[in-house]
Design a protein around this ligand. Structure first.
Ligand code: NDP
Length: 498
């Protein structure tokens, strides 16, 4: 598919959706026969009728996964063989990249150019990276005396439940499935009911690549029923989750009230972007600030939603940030020029608009945007919005808005900048801009966040761990070799030599 209007629309008109759950190696309806309607948030129109799985479907999926793990070939396979299958999966995703990109664009209102240029290549890279790691990670021998051998080995944990969100539907699933499958587990994945289509298709591609039946099961359905059933299931050994802190907490409760399954949570954020007074390249910084705040409509857990800038340069920088933001077209996600698509649904749009009103009532000043736009499309579009004169104790500076809203807070001293950056219940990511290498090192260590990027906005890449301090995360990290820890148990084998 060329990234041109006509070919995208032609492909969108022809696309066929997989709307059933994928359990035990094939597509199936929900046992109740129920379906729910998935909506295209850029038009407000129905997109597909999807199988509405609940507890009994989760039971079936876990049973299949359990059987595949306990008696199937996958966990016992030579890592090299698992690698080959997952590399094949990466190739299939690449081959069907346009289709998968379109599914996410239609389902989530994400700009097609982001889906094609970011989500799909990163998904491919994620599967390939973890596949390639499968036969390159070594176990350990402990430093015993000559009469004994202490082996410290890692084994797959068993059946993994992956409950994933709507903001990066395929990519967030890949972040979980790549390492979980590479380490030999069986998985039950539940995409968000807002965005099920790409994950349902992915399950079929995994089967085509050679992943044995039952190893990867995808259940579509609401979090309250299907998600909770995974969290409470006695046959699930670990849950890996990305989403809100509120629901993350529930998984800890599900675990404590069931089988003490391992829980790994990647949660929300209110990430600071600190700009020191010594910087000179305002255009470069403005580009990164805008990307951090508005990429993926700000529906991004690591969004740099707080601009914390030295008082002496605040007005000059803000002027450039506003000018750069105006270069980001808002509109039809299928238009390749679009940089900001629609909010995920009406509820999220209303939540963001409410926060904008809260900000005004708190005394912050709107420097740009602030409104719902493109109503005539039926979609849920909000123009990128920038607040000035914000204090860090305001709700718009403390609470995760998860929309295209950037707040600007001024500081005078480095200590003040650090204090403001850290004055949050979250700690997922941060970026900082300075031309002073010593200040960069001091601040990077002082800011309490899982990822601190210096002189750019970045989440790192597949080689670096991603996850949060404080209420942004729990129990582990996605990405890099550290992700494998989530999905493996450590076993000691102690051998007495005779
Ligand atoms: P949720 O945390 O509700 O959703 C994340 C996943 O959890 C989805 O698959 C969802 O299923 C599932 N889920 C929801 N409720 C339960 C439950 N009671 N038990 C088990 N699983 C459940 O996020 P929302 O989609 O509701 O968004 C709300 C807010 O969460 C956003 O405004 C944002 O602040 C934050 N968020 C953060 C994300 C991140 O990347 N860290 C991603 C998404 C949201 P389903 O959607 O099908 O109900």
């Amino acid at each position: 598919m060329k990234l041109e209007n006509d070919s995208i629309r032609e492909a969108a008109a022809k696309i066929r959706f997989k709307t059933q759950a994928f359990i035990g190696g094939g597509y199936v309806d929900a046992l109740s026969g129920k379906t729910f309607t998935s909506e295209n948030p850029a038009t407000g129109k129905p997109l597909a009728e999807i199988a509405q799985c609940d507890r009994q479907d989760v039971d079936k999926a876990v049973l299949c996964a359990r059987e595949a793990f306990d008696n199937g070939p996958w966990p016992k396979m030579h890592p090299n063989e698992r690698k080959e299958i997952l590399v094949k999966l990466a190739e299939l995703i690449e081959h069907h990249g346009d289709e998968l990109a379109l599914l996410d664009a239609l389902d989530a209102g994400k700009p097609i150019s982001d889906c094609v240029n970011i989500d799909i290549p990163e998904t491919v890279h994620c599967f390939r990276w973890h596949a390639e790691a499968a036969d390159k990670l070594y176990d350990q021998i402990s430093p015993t005396g000559p009469g004994t051998i202490g082996m410290i080995i890692r084994e797959p944990i068993g059946v993994v439940g992956a409950v994933v969100p709507w903001n990066f539907p395929l990519l967030m699933a890949a972040w979980k499935l790549g390492p979980a499958l590479a380490t030999g587990n069986a998985v039950v994945v539940k995409p968000s009911k807002q965005t099920t289509l790409s994950v349902l298709r992915l399950a079929e591609l995994a089967q085509e690549a050679g992943v044995p039946a039952g190893v990867l099961n995808a259940v579509s359905g609401p979090g309250e029923s299907a998600g909770q059933a995974i969290g409470r299931h006695m046959g699930v050994d670990a849950v890996t989750f990305t989403g809100s802190t509120e629901v993350g907490r529930k998984f800890l409760q599900y675990s404590s009230e069931s089988n003490l399954k391992r829980i790994v949570l990647e949660l929300g954020g209110k990430s600071p972007q600190v700009v020191m007074g010594d910087v000179t390249d305002f255009d470069y910084i403005a580009e990164h600030v805008v990307n951090a705040a508005f990429w993926n409509m700000g529906e991004n857990c690591s969004a740099g939603s707080r601009l914390i800038v030295h008082k002496s340069i605040k007005d000059a920088l803000l002027e450039r940030v506003i000018a750069k933001t105006k270069e980001w077209p808002v509109g039809d996600p299928l238009d390749p020029a679009t940089k900001i698509g629609s909010m995920i649904d009406k509820r999220q749009m209303e939540k963001v608009l409410e926060y904008i009103e809260v900000g005004k009532a708190e005394g912050a000043k709107i420097a740009l945007g602030g409104n719902r736009i493109l109503r005539e499309t039926g979609g849920y579009f909000i123009e990128p919005t920038i607040f000035d004169n914000v204090r860090n104790d305001m709700r718009i500076a403390q609470e995760e808005i998860f929309g295209p809203v950037l707040v600007t807070i001024a500081f005078e001293t480095e200590a003040e900048a650090i204090a403001i950056a850290n004055d949050t219940t979250y700690g997922l990511a941060a970026s900082l801009h300075t031309d002073d290498v010593s200040a960069a090192h001091r601040l990077a260590r002082a800011i309490r966040a899982g990822t601190v990027s210096v002189n750019c906005y970045s989440e790192g890449d597949i080689t670096t761990p991603f996850g949060g301090y404080k209420q942004s995360g729990f129990g582990g990290r996605d990405n890099g070799a550290h992700a494998h820890d989530q999905y493996t148990e450590i076993k000691t084998i102690w051998i007495q030599l005779k």
